[in-house]
Design a protein around this ligand. Structure first.
Ligand SMILES: [Cu+2]
Length: 694
């Protein structure tokens, strides 16, 4: 404990100096696309049409990209968060559990240069009834300590009275249209190309005194957000969500990691968010086998349990272990606090074979609330990897209100040796930023805001200037300013044309009431639009092209890649298709492959050796050509990495000279707020009628 406290003190000193350094730097003009890149105009589903229409549950608004996954065919699956919050006209604590509804998903297609949208079936991914069939709880609204592994309470009760503790803390049965919200689910792309979404939210008032949708005079109650055991699978081939086997534990904001054998690990998450009786998060991990559709609880003893923050940022590292580096969601005192949250400030690793956790040492800047984490590119033989954590606000709960411009890098070697260092300070402090790994090895930091917008929503100011991190020089360079304010609940992903799709913004209503813009602070309204950034490397002349590459790369094999620019190629990058749950994307990884020139158009390229370097699944294959201004990347071919080769030609969903998307339009930035404020919520009579007719 003593050791831990001194680490935290050291961290605060470093944070203070980092913040001071960040203030002095001016913003760029960002006018030269060759230096700062270039943004498209914002575009959204339906174009510049009203964001919200009247529906059975009140205002139905266009979904926002809180979470985005690139599919193997090059389209993008995204889904909303905090759906229905536009209908609040009073305190969210009593209203949102009644007026909130399941978030919707959409598929965005940019392959032909003009944005188009499709809705999956069902559009809110409500494929199972995830709410627990409200059993009588002897402890009343306080809830009952859950099963062993569910927080310190569950595990300690389980140790002395195993029978008593087997009953999970259970959300009661309530409104059917908001007990399967995708909000807070983590996502990963499976080796077979389906998207796995795990966890989610069930909203209910507990206690619920009266509510307007059941004909009551007002919404009176106290909100609860229950985690879900949900396993949802989206298949791009059928455009459908289906239900997988449920997890053993309820998890709100869990963390997923793709494993070397194609399985997926889930860790952490909360059973009940507001009136948590467990003293912490779910402490056990589970492993999903996508082929068998089964979850296995990983438990061999107390060392199989640990305390992690919600949405813990995790990465599979070169020693084959899954690491926690000190970053996760940490906000108000209540949303996910833990009696053991000192553990949030130490680096931990999980041994997949032994199923045990181990403390590695103090995180370099203590607990990092709401920071982004990204693994930097690896080079063959992939025996060490750097992970950068940037932005956020000092944790643990209750986290500091003010965001910091701090970046740290942790190196993990194959031997298990771990080294930490402080990286260059960002130009802007960023709460809830996004980070996207680019094919030239740089990382772009996007969005976020200056204050913790969970604790003081609506009071923060968005950072619209992206910054580019160059790992070889350890520098951050401001880029062209984005058009829209995208902070809390936005997401960014690398597209197959090596541009960056940046979308969404879904804040909590101002100070937990209706959305209202506070002068000089950010636009507090939801934004369903996207914009696309063309990085500076697209302004360096003609792009190289890949004429052919095999569709399937077997680990450890050598394959032939042909490109007319073979003489000018300076690197071959393999980048995993991104799946960004806002502020975390454990899938992002980039490998520079060894290759040799064979004469003519041919390069002989060596695939990664195994699933530790490259977990099985879909990757962008990109060649970078040399210019005197720096590398210029090709458009990606999409390849599948794993046990088996596939000599079919790798598909390329975007054309070689794909221009940025054009022709889309978007509604005005504050439109959903105007609607929320000027339109009354549906009255109870109308609402009941609509509900009974469904
Ligand atoms: Cu969130």
């Amino acid at each position: 404990m003593r050791r831990h406290r001194s680490a935290v003190m050291l961290a605060s000193v470093m944070l203070a100096s980092a913040a001071a350094a960040g203030v002095a730097v001016a913003d760029p003009s960002g006018t030269d696309p060759g230096l700062a890149g270039q943004w498209t105009a914002p575009f959204e589903e339906g174009g510049a049409t009203p964001r919200c229409v009247d529906g059975p549950q009140g205002k139905e608004c266009k979904p926002v990209a809180v979470t985005s996954s690139v599919l193997p065919d090059g389209r993008v699956l995204y889904f909303n968060g905090l759906e229905g919050m536009e209908n609040a006209d009073g305190p969210l604590a009593t209203q949102y559990a009644v007026r909130g509804v399941n978030g919707q998903a959409r598929v965005l297609d940019l392959r032909n240069g003009v944005p188009t949208w499709a809705a999956p079936t069902p559009r809110d991914a409500a494929v199972d009834d995830y709410s627990y069939p409200g059993e009588a709880d002897p402890f009343g609204i306080a809830g009952f300590p859950g099963r062993p592994g569910d927080g310190p309470a569950g595990s300690s009760v389980g140790a002395v009275a195993p029978g008593l503790a087997q009953r999970p803390t259970s959300p009661p049965d309530d409104k059917a249209d908001n007990d399967q919200d995708l909000f807070c689910a983590d996502v990963t792309l499976l080796p077979d190309g389906r998207v796995l979404a795990v966890g989610g939210t069930d909203y209910y008032n507990e206690p619920a005194v009266t509510d307007t949708r059941d004909g009551g005079p007002a919404d009176v109650g106290v909100i609860e957000l229950g985690g879900l055991r949900a396993t949802r699978l989206y298949d791009p081939a059928t455009n459908r969500f289906t239900a997988g086997e449920r997890m053993k534990f309820y998890r709100w904001y869990p963390a997923l990691v793709a494993l070397p054998d194609g399985d997926v690990l889930v860790a952490g998450g909360t059973t009940k968010v507001i009136k948590n009786t467990q003293g912490g998060q779910v402490r056990r991990t589970e492993t999903y086998d996508p082929q068998a559709d089964t979850w296995t609880e990983n438990y061999v003893g107390p060392q199989s349990e640990t305390e992690l923050p919600q949405s813990a940022r995790l990465n599979l590292m070169p020693d084959g272990k899954v690491y926690y580096f000190g970053a996760g969601h940490m906000n108000a005192p209540q949303f996910g606090s833990s009696v053991e949250e000192a553990l949030y400030a130490v680096q931990q690793r999980y041994d997949l074979a032994r199923k045990t956790w181990e403390i590695v040492g103090p995180a370099p800047a203590g607990a990092r609330a709401n920071a982004f984490q990204v693994m930097l590119p690896m080079k063959a033989p992939y025996d060490s990897a750097d992970v950068m954590v940037f932005g956020g606000n000092p944790g643990p709960n209750p986290s500091a209100q003010v965001a910091v411009p701090l970046a740290t890098i942790t190196t993990v070697h194959k031997s298990g040796k771990v080294e930490n260092r402080i990286a260059a300070t960002l130009h802007h402090a960023r709460f809830y930023p996004s980070g996207v790994l680019l094919p030239d090895g740089k990382v772009v930091a996007l969005g976020g805001s200056d204050l913790d917008s969970v604790t003081t929503p609506g009071m923060d100011k968005t950072i619209q200037v992206p910054e580019l991190y160059d790992p070889s020089a350890d520098t951050w360079t401001p880029m062209a300013t984005a058009t829209r304010e995208r902070a809390y609940h936005s997401s960014a992903v690398l597209l197959p044309d090596m541009r960056v799709l940046f979308g969404g913004h879904s804040p909590i209503g101002t100070m937990y009431g209706p959305h209202r813009n506070v002068p000089t602070r950010s636009n507090d309204n939801k934004d369903p639009s996207f914009e696309v950034w063309s990085p500076p490397y697209l302004f360096r002349g003609p792009r190289p092209t890949i004429s052919s590459a095999p569709a399937g790369l077997a680990w450890g094999s050598t394959f032939e890649l042909t490109t007319p620019q073979a003489d000018r190629i300076e690197s071959v990058a393999l980048m995993r298709l991104p799946s960004a749950q806002h502020v975390t994307d454990s899938d992002q990884r980039s490998l520079y492959l060894d290759y040799r020139k064979q004469g003519g158009d041919r390069l002989m390229v060596t695939a990664p050796p195994d699933g530790i370097a490259a977990p099985p699944g879909f990757y962008y294959l990109v060649v970078n050509a040399k210019t005197d201004k720096g590398p210029v990347p090709s458009v990606a071919r999409i390849v599948r990495v794993g046990v088996s080769p596939d000599s079919a030609r790798a598909p390329q969903p975007y054309g070689d000279d794909a221009p940025p998307p054009q022709g889309g339009t978007a509604s005005t930035p504050d439109e959903s707020g105007k609607l929320a404020v000027t339109n009354p919520v549906p009255d109870a009579t109308t609402d009941r009628k609509l509900r009974s007719s469904r």
